[in-house]
Design a protein around this ligand. Structure first.
Ligand code: HEC
Ligand code: HEC
Length: 399
């Protein structure tokens, strides 16, 4: 592989530990979620009118000066390590990494349209690996939700598959436990690849001699290797290598000039206003559930985890998304309803934190978020040569 990797720092730290640390930080951090009461002598944040109040402007000026001081003294690096804990590992399955044969099989499956009913959709259709793992089939501005079998529109925005293996759960409502669990879902989902049953998926795979060989090589101990568990494990093994280190990782591992002054100011603001209560850990999110519209109701048809648990308390609860590569993965939110990062940052301030940020603060935060755009593993994601079908291979079904 040709990509450069930042030096690995504390890569053994378990993500569970990170999630717990995160929760502890959330509990300790003052003035953050749900806490809009002003402390002694503090100007009460939020609900500030559109016109700039001089007291607010003075506060913002003082805070920018503080951010600058933090940048110069290096205390920003210490704070960042406390919240983000460590830079990205090189794979998400660091405990039992997949074998080279499993990764190669998973790569083929990821790109193979024959796993869909119409044989016209692969995982890569909606998670284009050359485009940061999202669905770019529609032109920009028309990418809210994905089209599945026979062009049926889904209801949610396709999140990136990059770094997904590092999230504590998968999908917007967290209903998948891990990559292997998730990998079984889209193939049978009638709004996505729409295969009628696991039997039909296996019939397709077994009819392709190159797959029979690849499954045997990937799972040599298994007497009947062509099965759905192995298919999911191979896909997961491949996806586990979809990790995108960025300049932010160099910063976390101690190279302070890896981020520009503005990006560091944005990072300081991101921490100070409390974005890190929810977007924390190496993936800058992806390790807890939170309510969309924590301090102000956000209108959304999708009720998030409520759809999974039926518990009223889970209404509008979503997995906090990772912000890795976020500058490349518009549109935003579970329904793709927000088009730009500027809007997104302002919206988060208003609905999650009860603050209204100055235009400078927003621009700085966006600059920081852009520094989370990582390197794509260009060799690892090269589309493979797919094994040819045989006469037994079922034909596309467009019903
Ligand atoms: C038709 C488009 C489509 C296809 C095809 C598709 N996906 Fe997805 N994918 C989505 C959407 C939409 C979501 C979000 C769904 C949700 O949260 O309910 C998603 C979510 C995911 C996630 C979770 C990411 C996260 O941040 O939680 C992973 C991982 C993933 N898909 C992998 C795959 C794999 C592997 C395949 C092939 C077996 C695949 N997808 C096929 C549209 C698609
Ligand atoms: C209380 C928790 C919480 C806080 C605080 C918070 N966020 Fe979020 N953020 C979320 C949740 C939950 C979502 C996803 C909601 C959805 O899609 O329905 C989200 C989504 C986002 C997204 C869209 C990502 C995507 O891929 O769609 C961005 C960008 C973002 N937040 C940035 C920020 C910034 C910047 C701040 C600080 C100003 C912040 N967030 C504060 C919980 C939070």
């Amino acid at each position: 592989m040709s990509r450069t990797r930042p030096p690995v720092l504390l890569s053994h730290v378990s993500l569970r530990a990170i999630a717990i640390t995160g929760l502890m930080l959330a509990a300790l951090a003052p003035g953050l979620v749900g806490c809009t009461e002003a402390g002694d002598g503090q100007i009460r944040r939020g609900r500030s009118s559109a016109k700039v109040n001089p007291a607010v402007a003075a506060r913002q000026k003082a805070e920018r000066a503080q951010a600058e001081a933090e940048r110069q003294t290096g205390s920003l690096l210490e704070k960042s390590r406390a919240v983000f804990t460590t830079n990205l590992p090189t794979r998400s399955d660091t405990a039992t990494p997949a074998s080279a044969e499993q990764i190669a099989l998973g790569r083929m499956l990821f790109y193979d349209q024959r796993l869909s009913k119409g044989q016209d959709l692969s995982c890569n259709s909606c998670h284009d690996l050359s485009a940061y793992g999202i669905d770019v089939r529609e032109p920009e501005g028309h990418r809210e939700v994905s089209k599945g079998h026979r062009g049926v529109l889904g209801t949610r925005n396709a999140p990136s598959v990059y770094n997904a293996g590092l999230h504590f759960r998968l999908l917007w409502d967290g209903r998948a436990e891990n990559l292997a669990h998730q990998a079984r879902m889209p193939i049978l989902n009638p709004e996505e690849m729409a295969m009628p049953s696991e039997e039909v998926v296996l019939e397709v795979l077994a009819s392709i001699p190159g797959y029979a060989r690849a499954f045997r090589a990937a799972f040599p101990e298994d007497p009947e290797p062509v099965n759905v568990d192995n298919m999911a494990a191979a896909l997961a093994g491949f996806e586990a290598g979809l990790v995108t280190p960025s300049r932010f990782d160099y910063f976390l591992s101690g190279q302070r000039d890896a981020l520009t002054e503005q990006e560091q100011r944005g990072l300081a603001t991101f921490i100070r206003v409390g974005c890190t209560t929810c977007h924390m850990g190496p993936t800058v999110g992806g390790n807890q559930y939170q309510k969309l519209g924590l301090v102000k109701t956000y209108q959304s048809k999708d009720k998030g985890r409520f759809e999974v648990t039926g518990a009223v308390a889970d209404t509008y609860i979503f997995k906090v998304p990772s912000l890795r590569n976020v500058a490349e993965t518009a549109p935003y939110l579970h329904d793709g309803s927000v088009g730009t990062l500027d809007e997104m940052v302002a919206l988060m301030g208003e609905y999650q934190l009860d603050i209204s940020m100055s235009p400078e603060e927003i621009v700085d935060i966006v600059a920081f978020l852009e520094s989370l755009t990582g390197l794509l593993p260009s060799e690892y994601i090269q589309p493979p040569r797919l094994p040819p079908s045989s006469r037994q291979t079922p034909k596309p079904d467009n019903s």
